[in-house]
Write a new protein. Structure first.
Length: 237
């Protein structure tokens, strides 16, 4: 089966609808627990939210976690937390106690273990796992999601909530959610834009080609919604 797909004519339209998702969640719940992904796609989306929806979203209800983090300092240009602060959290009314970053500047294995404990101590539980209201995912043009790469598919099924992953090209260590907590989320929202993702989107959503070897294919399709621009969705059909 295909997950729910929404195709937008512009990144602004996609960002506006993402903002509506946050608004709807905040209208319905006192506390909304959201796990964010990093990379480049969220930057423009976060910029849109902070520029156009700063006064529309009930920011005080949102609590921010991260799906993954590069093993660098929070001020390093590669930091997903640092990127989120720069493009969003420094521009909207979110207090420090609403933000739960991965301390990935520590020893990677220690950071993964500590974040797993943080998730257990701060999130409600469902199916005996920490329960997020919304998990935001991206997808690499190699089919990775979170920081689980095709070369390390086995990490998806780890019994640990978080694992240490290795970027296949750079060797950079990362702390990442594993499949259990991702698929335990109430909803998973993929944000995928750009022509470079079109082939992978086609293979994953149409369950064709090498899709069985892509971590993005392992995300529960019943809970997933894909927000894409026309370029990324070019071959969806
Ligand atoms: C990260 C992300 C990663 C990202 C994809 C897509 O830490 O890089 O969590 O999973 O979502 O690599 O990244 P782009 O949006 O930059 O294409």
């Amino acid at each position: 089966m295909k997950p729910k797909i929404e195709i937008f004519s512009s990144k602004d339209d996609l960002s506006r609808q993402f903002g509506n998702v946050l608004m709807n969640l905040a209208d319905k719940k006192e506390t909304v627990n959201i796990a964010l992904s990093g990379g480049n796609t969220p930057k423009a989306i976060f910029d849109y939210l902070s520029e156009h929806l700063k006064d529309s979203i009930l920011w005080e209800k949102l609590r921010f976690y991260w799906v993954d983090e590069r093993c660098v300092s929070p001020t390093h240009p590669d930091s997903n937390y640092g990127m989120t602060v720069k493009h969003l959290l420094s521009k909207v009314p979110v207090r420090e106690n609403q933000v739960f970053r991965i301390e990935a500047e520590k020893d990677p294995a220690e950071a993964a273990q500590e974040y797993a404990e943080l998730l257990k101590n701060n999130l409600p539980r469902k199916n005996n796992l920490p329960y997020l209201d919304l998990t935001i995912l991206g997808m690499g043009d190699d089919g990775h999601t979170a920081s689980i790469f095709p070369q390390e598919m086995y990490l998806w099924n780890s019994h640990n909530l978080c694992e240490v992953a290795t970027h296949p090209q750079t060797g950079q260590k990362r702390v990442t959610f594993t499949g259990g907590i991702i698929n335990n989320s109430a909803q998973v929202l993929f944000l995928v834009t750009g022509i470079s993702k079109a082939v992978m989107v086609h293979e994953v959503l149409n369950e064709t080609g090498g899709y069985l070897g892509y971590p993005a294919s392992l995300v529960n399709r019943k809970k997933s919604v894909w927000f894409m621009d026309k370029d990324a969705a070019r071959q969806v059909g």
